[in-house]
Design a protein around this ligand. Structure first.
Ligand code: AP5
Length: 206
C-alpha cells in the first residue's frame, strides 16, 4: 500500500504515520525527519536545509524529489510506504505522479487554533523520531528507545506562524488536487490520538 498523509504543521501526521505504517507493515517516510538527520550529520544538504527550515520555509522541490526517489528505491519500501510531509507543493505532487502511483491520500483536518498549542508543547526523540507532548508526557526521555527529548528549533512561536502560512499557501492546494483525482479521504484530526488512528484505519478499509 502506498499512502500520503496531508495536514498542517502539528496536525498529527508523524504521530499517526508511525502507528499506521507499523500496523500496515510499510515504511514510514518523513521528509522532515530525513532533513533533520542530514542536519545532525552535518552534510552539505543539512547545512543548506537548516536555515530554510528554521525560517519555516520549504526546501526546494528538486532536492526533496531526488531525496524521496532514492528513498523509495530501498528494500524496506518494497511492501509499500507512507509519506509524512511529502508532497508539499503541486510541483512535488506532479513529480511524484511520474515516479509511482499512490493508493490513498489521507487529509488530517485540525482547526488552525489547535496547532500552536500542539507544536509549542511538542518534544521529539532525536534517536527514533517519536513525538510527545508535555501535557501527556512529563518525562524528558523517550518511552520507545530512552533518547533524551528535545524541542525542535522550528517549533518556536515566530517560526510556527510562518510554517502555518506556508502550509496554507503552498500545501493546502493539494487537498483540491487529490480530491479532483478521487484519491482523497479526510479524517477529523481534532480528537484524541487513538480515535484519529481508528478513523484512519476505517478509511483504509474502503
Ligand atoms: P516536518 O517535520 O514535516 O514538519 P510539519 O509538516 O510542519 O509537521 P510537524 O512535524 O510539525 O507536525 P505533525 O503533523 O507531524 O504533528 P505531530 O504528530 O508531531 O517538516 C519540517 C520542515 O522541513 C518544513 O517546515 C520544511 O522546511 C522542511 N520540509 C519537510 N518536508 C518537506 C517537503 N516535502 N518539501 C519542502 N520542505 C520540506 O504532532 C504534533 C504534536 O501534537 C505532538 O506533540 C503530538 O504529541 C501532539 N498530538 C498529535 N496528535 C494529537 C492529537 N490527536 N491530540 C492531541 N495532541 C496530539
Amino acid at each position: 500500500m502506498k499512502l500520503i498523509f496531508l495536514g498542517p504543521p502539528g496536525a498529527g501526521k508523524g504521530t499517526q504515520a508511525a502507528r499506521i505504517a507499523a500496523a500496515q507493515g510499510i515504511a514510514h517516510i518523513s521528509t522532515g525527519d530525513m532533513l533533520r538527520a542530514e542536519i545532525r550529520a552535518g552534510s552539505d544538504l543539512g547545512k543548506a536545509a537548516k536555515a530554510v527550515i528554521d525560517r519555516g520555509e520549504l526546501v526546494s522541490d528538486d532536492i526533496i524529489v531526488a531525496m524521496v526517489e532514492k528513498r523509495i528505491a530501498m528494500e524496506d519500501c518494497k511492501q509499500g510506504f507512507l509519506f509524512d510531509g511529502f508532497p508539499r507543493t503541486v510541483a512535488q505532487a506532479d513529480a511524484l505522479s511520474g515516479i509511482t502511483p499512490i493508493d490513498l491520500v489521507v487529509n488530517i483536518d485540525v482547526p488552525s487554533q489547535r496547532l500552536i498549542g500542539r507544536i509549542s508543547g511538542r518534544r521529539m526523540c532525536p534517536d527514533c523520531g517519536a513525538a510527545y507532548h508535555i501535557s501527556t508526557h512529563a518525562s524528558d526521555s523517550c518511552d520507545s528507545c530512552g533518547g533524551k527529548l528535545y524541542q525542535r528549533d522550528d517549533d518556536k512561536a515566530e517560526t510556527v506562524a510562518n510554517r502555518v502560512r506556508v502550509y496554507e499557501e503552498q500545501t493546502q492546494p493539494l487537498i483540491d488536487y487529490y480530491q479532483s483525482r478521487g484519491q482523497l479521504a479526510t479524517v477529523n484530526g481534532d480528537d484524541d490520538i487513538d480515535a484519529v488512528t481508528a478513523a484512519i484505519q476505517e478509511v483504509l478499509k474502503v
